[in-house]
Write a protein that binds this ligand. Structure first.
Ligand SMILES: NC(=O)c1ccc[n+]([C@@H]2O[C@H](COP(=O)([O-])OP(=O)(O)OC[C@H]3O[C@@H](n4cnc5c(N)ncnc54)[C@H](OP(=O)(O)O)[C@@H]3O)[C@@H](O)[C@H]2O)c1
Length: 325
């Protein structure tokens, strides 16, 4: 038996509901490995779950991704050994901890070129960008794309990857401070969402509309995102950082130009272990080629998890936020 600091909540609410407690971690069961975590990823979905917007049975842990070192393997585990550097992003909630047991099928081995910090900061976000550029829409040279929150975690990765695939990416940010980061990620131009004319500003900058609009802001932007897509274009609603997206009447899609609207998620895209590992290999290859990088914008100790959530909710973080166990 070994002990671990673990973040738990027994009520939904603000960052103050996040408590650091001590828990015993049993030896890994059959098919599991025990990890000593070295870096934990923060994702915006953690906030939705803490708030109860995506309710979890209480009490609960939180967090979807981390990197670490295998310290013990359970019966039947053949593909991982003690000392391996691994990461996960799709093993249920509970990644906000020092040590834990994880099903071996949910782990990927980290190649030498991917540090633990890098993996924790970008596996979930990178796998999101992976399906967004490969499957939701297969990004092709010359595609004009509009990416909201282009200076954010997923936003920077998506922008950089799409740009290296030959797309012309326009971005939005919620503050002028983030403009430089969005430009550095590859945006041709960055629109300020505080200007109510941002859709018109986008059309003027791009000289037309977008083949695809990637929108994870939701409530504040989704209806106007429909105005930014070219006829027969695609609007991808993959998150709702500003609040629940409005209901959209299919007739509106007709009126706006026979648009396609989709609401995808990273989990079904990586549900089976073989697909997950193939997608991760694609992501690691993109990292090796320099198509994907991660900008770690902030680090917080596990004990300061409430402050980490406060910073993310206040939109103070540019790039990815990392939690240090
Ligand atoms: N569907 C999926 O598979 C999937 C997977 C991963 C993430 N996501 C979604 O992708 C988005 C980005 O995730 P992330 O973890 O990389 O987070 P993030 O981009 O680092 O942070 C969210 C960003 O949303 C923007 N935002 C707009 N309105 C906001 C508000 N009222 N409060 C807070 N932020 C607001 C902020 O950028 P500005 O200030 O520049 O506007 C903020 O930086 C989230 O909506 C998340 O849920 C979806």
């Amino acid at each position: 038996m070994t002990a671990s600091r673990v973040v738990e909540l027994d009520a939904f609410g603000g960052p103050e509901v996040l408590k650091v407690v001590h828990r015993i971690v049993p030896p890994p069961a059959e098919g599991e490995v025990q990890l000593r975590q070295t870096a934990i990823g923060f994702n915006f979905i953690d906030i939705y779950q803490r708030q109860g917007v995506y309710p979890l049975p209480l009490p609960t842990g939180l967090g979807f991704e981390a990197a670490g070192v295998v310290e013990a393997v359970g019966a039947g585990v053949t593909d991982h050994a003690v000392g391996d550097r691994v990461a996960y992003m799709n093993a249920g909630v509970g990644a906000y901890c020092e040590r834990c047991n994880v099903p071996a099928a949910k782990l990927v081995t980290l190649p030498d070129g991917v540090s633990d910090d890098m993996a924790a900061a970008l596996l979930f976000k990178g796998m999101t960008a992976q399906y967004l550029v490969r499957r939701t829409h297969r990004v092709a040279p010359g595609d004009v794309l509009l990416v909201h929150s282009a200076a954010g975690g997923v936003g920077q990765i998506l922008t950089r990857w799409a740009t290296t695939l030959g797309a012309v990416v326009y971005g939005t940010t919620g503050s002028p401070d983030k403009r430089a980061a969005a430009l550095a990620a590859g945006c041709r131009e960055v629109l300020d969402l505080n200007d109510p004319n941002w859709p018109e500003n986008f059309a003027a900058a791009a000289g037309g509309k977008a083949r695809v609009v990637y929108d994870a802001v939701g409530k504040d932007t989704l209806l106007r995102s429909l105005d930014c897509a070219a006829p027969f274009g695609l609007v991808v609603s993959y998150g709702a950082a500003s609040g629940k997206s409005p209901a959209i009447d299919p007739e509106l899609l007709n009126k706006k130009g026979c648009l396609f609207l989709t609401r995808p998620s990273v989990f079904p895209h990586n549900a089976d272990p073989a697909t997950f590992r193939a997608n991760a290999a694609d992501l690691f290859d993109a990292i090796a080629q320099g198509h994907v990088q991660v900008d770690i914008g902030a680090r917080f100790a596990l004990d300061d998890i409430a402050d980490a959530h406060r910073a993310a909710e206040a939109r103070r973080v540019t790039g990815a936020l990392l939690i240090v166990p």
